[in-house]
Design a protein around this ligand. Structure first.
Ligand code: TP9
Ligand code: MG
Length: 571
């Protein structure tokens, strides 16, 4: 049986129609790895949509996720059949749990030769992807391709936004079809659409009344608020009424760094990291919590705000409450977040501003912690590393610009607490999926979305080396990302869990023999240095930021684990 079914011709093919419709929906980039379907698609069929070759399909998925997140448009990733598709699935899991409108595409065996788990490299792609996606379909006829892309985009752009998947049998991909010219123009929503409940205004009025009566209200903001375009309106409301803003990991930057009403982002590790009752300070005096775009997947659990006296809670979300057992708000407003904020802004026009509750002791603790002048013989501390990154980011980024990306590991929680974010999605991490190895691809997506702005990446040795092959990709694309690898030769977060659970650790489960990350970077075409002190690190960061090419800095680090410590983990 012939494996190459496409006949080279000048007539439009499914591949052409697919790329053209994706481009018409605003997709600029397809990230991926191509297999034998190369016989049916070259990726130069359509102007205005580029292919970026990655070293691993997971990278392709995450880079598409981040480019889509920042651009607000769907973006695409590609894998070959079988193992390419399964490799892609963790990237797809990232965009379903982190809410990003990714169109995932994978080749499949010829349509007449699909025998799952029998034909060479043929597994049930739709079966694998269905539970991870909002839409999953296999192309049955070439003429359907444009409609499938439209359905995939509609599903992806519906709140909660997320990935769609199309499986493409290679014979159909190379077959001729003129569907691209016979369909009406693509209609892509300007922003994600969600549920708008009848009478939501009455619920919003109740929320406005709670605000009026509240002594110390707070706004708890999630990424759906950013996706709805509400960040400027949230800031204006907060400033007019003197209401502090607290965010999830990934909604940092709704208020810029240093804004007096920016009360920071919350992680369950913060009390342990700071050795300070941070959650109590943030939420203890609060009597009304208005959550804007609350999403349980962003890992801000209601148990974190249940401190101090009783509170009234409001949930404002474009989705029907998916987790009523963990969060049953007093007022539930199911609508677009921006529409809610504008409505409440009007309803509270004559309200006098509140006096924000005092978190000065927490701010002092954070400042003192970050300033930590000590030189540790066994490696820097991660808060010192982030302090240096913040310093150089402040020097190099224009006001309101720049991105700090964090891979996954214990250092990530230091990033959530301390990393500067001066714009929405100015700090990027995978809150929902938290797959380690996220760092390089996320930094790629960020740098491609914000080409004129600095991108700093912090990654641990464990997570970074799980996906370090794409160092070559950032070198090939010449993306000026400054990467800091905090190296403790350990899966440190897991060592912490061992200590929490057993009051001791067991090295074979968590320790590595070590990698020279500077040599690794250089072998992949990325200039690199090692820095072991604040002075060296700041100098290296400055050098990297000015270079205009990718740069890597390896920093030996250590954590001060205390057996049984970090009590906040019990939340
Ligand atoms: N496999 C995947 C794909 N993702 C995750 N999150 C795990 C396993 C479990 N997590 S966070 C972590 C693991 C193994 C270790 C991270 O180690 P690191 O050197 O990158 O960071 P650090 O600071 O914790 O040492
Ligand atoms: Mg580590």
């Amino acid at each position: 049986m012939s494996r190459v079914s496409a006949t080279p011709s000048n007539n439009p093919t499914t591949a052409y129609a697919l790329l053209r419709r994706l481009r018409d929906h605003g997709v600029e980039t397809v990230f991926g790895v191509v297999g034998r379907e190369a016989a049916s698609i070259l990726f130069d069929e359509v102007e205005g949509i580029d292919f970026v070759l990655t070293r691993h399909e997971f990278t392709a998925g995450v880079a598409a996720d981040v480019l889509a997140r920042i651009s607000g448009r769907p973006q695409a990733c590609w894998a070959t059949l079988g193992p390419g598709m399964t490799n892609l699935s963790t990237g797809v899991a990232t965009s379903v749990l982190d809410r990003s409108p990714v169109i995932a595409l994978a080749a499949q065996s010829e349509s007449y030769d699909i025998f799952h788990n029998d034909t060479h490299q043929c597994v049930d792609a739709v079966g694998v992807m269905r539970p991870l996606t909002k839409y999953a379909a296999e192309l049955q006829r070439p003429d359907d391709i444009t409609d499938l892309v439209d359905s995939a985009v509609s599903a992806a752009m519906t709140e909660p936004v997320g990935p769609s998947f199309i499986s493409l049998p290679v014979d159909l991909l190379g077959a001729e079809t003129d569907t691209a010219s016979s369909r009406p123009p693509a209609r892509t929503p300007e922003k994600p659409l969600g549920v708008v409940q009848d009478g939501w205004q009455a619920a919003a009025d109740e929320a406005a009344e709670l605000l009026a009566e509240a002594e110390h209200p707070v706004l708890v903001v999630g990424a759906a608020a950013i996706r709805s375009g509400a960040a400027p309106a949230v800031r204006a409301l907060a400033e007019r009424l003197g209401i502090p803003v607290i965010t999830t990991y990934i909604a940092k930057g709704v208020l810029p760094e240093g804004h007096p009403l920016n009360y920071g982002a919350v992680t369950g590790y913060m009390d342990g990291i700071l050795s300070f009752p941070a959650l109590e300070t943030l939420f203890g005096p609060v009597d009304v919590i208005i959550t804007l775009g609350y999403d349980y997947a962003e890992d801000l659990r209601p148990s974190m705000w249940q401190r101090g006296g009783e509170k009234k809670t409001v949930r404002v979300s474009p989705t029907v409450n998916p987790v009523p057992r963990v969060f049953q708000p007093d007022v539930d407003v199911v609508t677009d977040v921006l529409a809610f904020v504008e409505h409440v802004d009007e309803r509270t026009a004559r309200l006098t501003p509140k006096t924000a509750h005092d978190i000065a002791p927490l701010r002092e603790r954070i400042a003192e912690f970050l300033a930590d002048p000590e030189t540790y013989a066994d490696g820097m501390r991660v808060h010192q590393v982030i302090d240096c990154m913040n310093t150089v980011m402040a020097e190099t980024a224009e006001t309101g610009e720049g991105t700090i990306v964090s891979d996954i590991g214990f250092f990530r929680h230091y990033g959530v607490l301390f990393a500067r974010a001066d714009q929405p999605f100015g700090f990027l991490t995978s809150a929902g999926c938290s797959s380690f190895g996220y760092g390089i691809p996320a930094a790629m997506g960020a740098q491609m979305a914000r080409p004129g702005q600095p991108t700093f990446l912090i990654a641990g040795d464990g997570g970074f080396h799980s996906n370090s092959a794409d160092l070559e990709t950032i070198a090939r694309l010449n993306l000026p990302i400054v990467t800091v690898v905090v190296n403790n030769d350990t899966n440190g977060l897991i060592e912490l869990y061992q200590n929490l659970g057993h009051r001791r650790s067991f090295d074979p489960v968590v320790k590595f023999t070590g990698v020279d990350f500077t040599k690794l970077a250089e072998a992949n075409g990325v200039e690199a240095v090692r820095a072991a002190s604040r002075e060296d690190l700041v100098a290296a960061l400055r050098k990297g930021a000015a270079l205009g090419r990718p740069f890597l800095i390896e920093v030996p680090v250590n954590y001060d684990f205390k057996a049984g410590g970090f009590g906040a983990l019990d939340i």
